[in-house]
Design a protein around this ligand. Structure first.
Ligand SMILES: NC(=O)c1ccc[n+]([C@@H]2O[C@H](COP(=O)([O-])OP(=O)(O)OC[C@H]3O[C@@H](n4cnc5c(N)ncnc54)[C@H](OP(=O)(O)O)[C@@H]3O)[C@@H](O)[C@H]2O)c1
Length: 320
């Protein structure tokens, strides 16, 4: 199924408005504190469903099991016969307690874990935690780009000022800053106030919305059955603010999502993702996670849903 693609920042990479977040493929380690790790067979079914739905790109990270998620993803892609030129893979370098030199030292591990698939987008996972300055980290990324080991440079969790700085450093090398991956959803619209959206538009940087379903809250299933909170890992519950007060506060938004979904024969998650990838024009793309093939199917289906301007505005208006 061919879906309209968008350019990733000012790079020559084309991606679909919806990608697949691969944190649940993360194996032992930090990803596993958020989501139970999926076995290879389930991961392969999820990747297959995403590809069948028209998704062409995948977000993973070193932090998701030090190669475990990257390897699970590319094992699935190999099993499914996806060509190396058919997909774009985004990964991330972990800055914690490391100098910028580790970016060059660890890229071989990333490429080994990708098992022959190119590293399309390499991102600095977060602006804090490294023993080197941000400028040094961005320069190390620029070197990898020059060596042809990565095709695009991105950042994650960067403020507007940090984006400007990264953009300026890369400009010295004639390389565009492709993206900034930050939390954005109907329940997290900080980018409109903190300058990140304005900076992205000014610099031609794509914003990649992490946790676009607010880790599942925007599917409406917790509003239907609040006892489901019990199955969610504590760290995810805390970060997403899962509580009965949150359910009450967000109920009008969920009601509106239900109304729009019913009008289109869609699901709440599809409406939430369609809003996210339309409301900000082409600037925002999303990487919903999936623990079941059905989730990947629904998320991909959001790319065929077209909300009216009135619906987009109405949803924005009822955001708490
Ligand atoms: N850069 C960063 O610092 C950072 C941080 C966090 C995440 N990320 C990226 O963002 C991606 C997505 O984040 P996320 O998975 O935490 O949040 P999310 O995409 O907002 O939520 C995904 C979860 O929502 C539920 N879900 C998804 N589709 C559903 C559907 N159709 N019906 C019912 N439930 C559905 C599933 O929960 P259940 O599994 O409980 O069913 C799924 O695991 C990650 O995989 C990762 O690539 C990046």
């Amino acid at each position: 199924m061919a879906t309209t693609t968008r350019r990733l920042g000012r790079t020559d990479l084309e991606i679909t408005p919806i990608g697949l977040g691969c944190m649940p493929f993360g194996g032992p380690g930090i990803a596993n504190r958020y989501y139970p790790t999926l076995d290879q067979a389930t991961a392969t079914m999820i990747v297959r469903t995403a590809l069948d739905g028209g998704v062409t790109w995948f977000d993973t990270a070193e932090m998701y099991g030090r190669g475990y998620s990257e390897r699970t993803l590319t094992t699935a892609l190999h099993q499914l016969g996806a060509g190396t030129g058919d997909v774009v893979i985004a990964s991330k370098w972990t800055p914690w307690f490391r100098t910028a030199a580790s970016i060059g030292r660890t890229v071989g591990d990333r490429l080994a874990a990708l098992q022959g698939y190119p590293l399309g987008l390499h991102q600095i996972h977060m602006p804090h935690g490294s023993l080197s300055s941000l400028a040094s980290q961005v320069r190390a990324m620029a070197q990898l780009h020059r060596q042809g080991r990565i095709r695009a440079v991105g950042v994650s969790n960067f403020s507007a000022a940090q984006m400007e700085r990264a953009h300026a450093v890369l400009a010295e090398y004639g390389i565009p800053l492709a993206s900034n991956q930050v939390q954005i959803s109907l329940l997290e619209r900080r980018i409109e106030r903190d300058g990140v959206l304005a900076a992205a538009r000014r610099l031609g940087v794509t914003l990649i919305a992490l946790a676009p379903l607010h880790t599942g809250l925007l599917t409406g299933r917790f509003h239907e059955d609040p006892t489901l909170f019990r199955d969610v890992r504590r760290i995810r519950r805390r970060l997403a603010g899962f509580s009965s007060a949150t359910l009450t506060r967000t109920a009008p938004l969920i009601d509106e999502l239900r109304a729009v979904a019913a009008a289109h024969g869609a699901t709440l998650s599809q409406v939430a993702l369609s809003w996210l990838t339309s409301y900000y024009g082409d600037t925002v793309v999303a990487i919903p996670g999936a623990s079941k093939p059905r989730h990947a199917d629904e998320s991909a289906g959001a790319m065929s849903l077209h909300l009216t301007q009135r619906e987009l505005d109405r949803l924005a208006d009822v955001t708490p």
